[in-house]
Design a protein around this ligand. Structure first.
Ligand SMILES: *Cc1c(COP(=O)(O)O)cnc(C)c1O
Length: 363
């Protein structure tokens, strides 16, 4: 058996481990913030028809500029965005990788605010970008003062802020993002992977785009559109910012099949948003249930919750798994993260928590 150590690996990759959310097959999977609701049948049928159509010309390379998809994404986002302001790739993971390839690199630094999405340092590593970690305020919040102080201290070239944040679910106010933008001359990426789960009246960072050519707002169809398996992420920014990403993408990176499937899902955005509303309700029911058991639940604008006050998170994680419920242990002291389920999954999770709390202990 050959092992990694036997191969002439790039020196900076030696000793690194790959992204590793456990992929266990259990009845109630609430560990990676997927949309727990399947795509409705009628929407599926439309997507299948569009993909079948796309297969008719799959002998040709796809539209490299994914023009129709960019138009549909711009229309979906609103805010008077033009298609030239939209970029897409295979998941927002690839979109963010493009940003690092274009704006990070040797001699440059990413500033990130842990606990946050664990992939940001990975994009930095594979693009030879150094990583600086900023501190947060009490209860994982971010204030303008803290963000500006951390930017002055670490002098970054790229700042990524997840808003709302993962794994805490907590919102980030727009004045924090404005202050961050003004505090340096690199690029600010606001990762709005969970934007559709925010309260309806909460403003998006998209409203900050006019006059801010170094700002990008990243979104994904993985969460709200129940499309994690289809891989479609996107961002909105100044057209010049988008041109920079064209320099680093591989040609034809978005397959004709992906483009057709995404267009199909976007055509049914209102139906998909009704599903989002149901998930929000389950999330709130989950939060109430956890609070009544004595856990501390961080305010969430997402499709998941971070709850703390857990004496032994590893033991509670195992106990839940034994009862067929998979949640996420992110090594945050005293805390676990759980994604909002369907009504039945939420019941299963709360039942298991009720059974385990006397041992798992809430304070
Ligand atoms: C889930 C998630 C993403 C989505 O990644 P995709 O590649 O689009 O599936 C991006 N950012 C954050 C913070 C997430 O939690």
């Amino acid at each position: 058996m050959t092992s990694l150590a036997d191969l002439p690996l790039r020196p900076d990759l030696v000793g690194r481990t790959a992204y590793g959310a456990p992929m266990l097959h259990v009845p109630v999977t609430l560990n990676t913030n997927e949309n727990t609701h399947p795509v409705p049948d009628a929407v599926r049928a439309d997507i299948v028809a569009r993909v079948a159509d796309a297969l008719g010309t799959v002998n040709r390379y796809p539209d490299r500029e994914f023009t129709e998809l960019r138009e549909a994404l711009a229309a979906y986002l609103g805010h008077d965005l033009a298609p030239e302001q939209v970029w897409a790739a295979n998941g927002s993971n690839e979109v963010l990788q493009h940003v690092f390839q274009a704006f990070g690199g040797p001699g440059r630094t990413l500033l990130t605010f842990p606990p946050t999405y664990s992939m940001y340092p990975n994009y930095a590593a594979t693009s030879f970008t150094a990583v600086a970690e900023g501190r947060r305020d009490e209860r994982f919040e971010l204030s303008a003062e803290t963000v500006v102080a951390e930017i002055r201290r670490t002098r970054p070239d790229v700042v990524v802020i997840a808003a709302p944040n993962n794994p805490t679910g907590t919102p980030v106010a727009l004045d924090v993002l404005e202050a961050a933008y003004d505090a340096f001359d690199g690029v600010l990426v606001v990762d709005e992977a969970y934007a559709e789960f925010m309260p309806a009246e909460a403003p998006s960072a998209l409203t900050l785009l006019p006059g801010r050519p170094r700002l990008a707002v990243a979104r994904t169809m993985s969460k709200a559109f129940a499309f994690a398996g289809a891989r479609l992420g996107y961002l909105a920014a100044d057209p010049a910012f988008v041109d920079a990403l064209r320099l680093v993408r591989l040609p034809y990176h978005l397959s004709a099949i992906t483009q057709a499937a995404a267009l199909g899902a976007l055509a049914h955005a209102p139906e998909m948003m009704r599903m989002v509303e149901d998930i929000r309700q389950q999330r709130d029911r989950m939060a109430e249930g956890l609070r009544s058991l004595g856990y501390d639940v961080a305010p969430s604008w997402t499709n998941f919750l971070l709850f703390s006050g857990v004496d032994d998170p590893a033991a509670l994680w195992r106990g839940l798994l034994e009862r067929g419920v998979l949640v996420r242990d992110l090594a945050i002291p005293g805390a676990l993260r759980v994604s909002a389920g369907t009504a039945a999954e939420t019941d299963a999770f709360l039942d298991a928590m009720r059974a385990l709390t006397p041992i798992g202990a809430a304070r």
